[in-house]
Design a protein around this ligand. Structure first.
Ligand SMILES: [Zn+2]
Length: 274
């Protein structure tokens, strides 16, 4: 992270405004992902400003000897900032991530030990392979191997582990990760916050149930697997994060499959679009 260290320490020393991200580096990162290329010029400029703020506020560290390069840090920053594009001015929007500083990047997938509770109340200890993890008021952990997968394939599947983990962060602003983030005022033009909440809960609960059924049918009876990542069927919080990935990475496919959820996510992430 040579450029970051140099630039930011110079910045602190001189107390000057946030420096611009070098143009060549920015273009390299933008060109890699179709969902960046699809942004308008105005959105790209905003994303660059948000990414610069993000890089100033966050501390990256590599696990197991991984050196986090400028390009890697910027790839993470830019994806993390996509959900913030329409959430007000850059300084206001970046505050959605102000409860933590650390971003830990692992070279490969991570193995985590977890106690799992099944429907009968039985607890088992399992080892799970993780591509990322977001802790409330704590760091975000990401696997570089997962981030560096073929961008075209990620686009096809509507996946981004970075967007996934940062949408958990947004979800956790009002408590634990449960798939019910706090909603912007005048959400979808509904009359009250209570009505907004009910609409959100009803829509997500029925979609989560429908998704679970579709996954079960595919697994048991060999019916075609749904497009959305099956990991979303494990919990409402995961369904929300998986839907957010798809919404930002391949919105047209997502809107085709889940028009009601597309409306919910547009209300959450693009409240200015009306
Ligand atoms: Zn998750």
């Amino acid at each position: 992270m040579a450029w970051l260290h140099r630039t930011w320490s110079r910045l602190r020393a001189l107390a000057r405004p946030v420096p611009e991200i070098p143009a060549t580096l920015w273009l390299q990162v933008l060109q890699k992902y179709p969902f960046f290329q699809a942004l308008s010029l105005e959105e790209k400029a905003k994303l660059r400003a948000l990414s610069a703020l993000f890089l100033r506020q966050k501390q990256f560290s590599g696990a197991h000897g991984l050196v986090v390069s400028d390009a890697m840090a910027l790839t993470i920053a830019a994806q993390a900032c996509v959900p913030l594009l329409h959430r007000g001015e850059a300084e206001q929007a970046i505050a959605l991530y102000d409860d933590f500083v650390g971003i830990v990047v692992h070279p490969g997938t991570m193995v985590a030990a977890r106690d799992m509770h099944d429907e009968a109340g039985l607890i088992s200890h399992r080892r799970m392979m993780l591509e990322g993890e977001a802790m409330q008021h704590g760091p975000v952990t990401l696997s570089w191997a997962a981030i560096a997968q073929d961008p075209l394939q990620q686009n096809e599947r509507g996946t981004s582990v970075v967007i996934h983990e940062f949408c958990h962060k947004i979800d956790m602003r009002n408590g634990g990760a449960d798939g019910y983030p706090s909603l912007p005022g005048h959400f979808l033009g509904l009359a009250s916050a209570a009505e907004a909440r009910q609409t959100w809960e009803r829509t997500w609960a029925s979609s989560f149930q429908a998704f679970g059924h579709a996954i079960a049918k595919a697994q048991r009876f060999g019916e075609p697997a749904p497009w959305l990542d099956s990991y979303g069927a494990t919990a409402p919080a995961e369904f929300f994060a998986v839907a957010c990935e798809a919404f930002f990475v391949n919105r047209s496919h997502f809107a085709q499959e889940w028009p009601q959820l597309d409306r919910m996510l547009a209300g959450l992430f693009r409240p200015d679009a009306g």
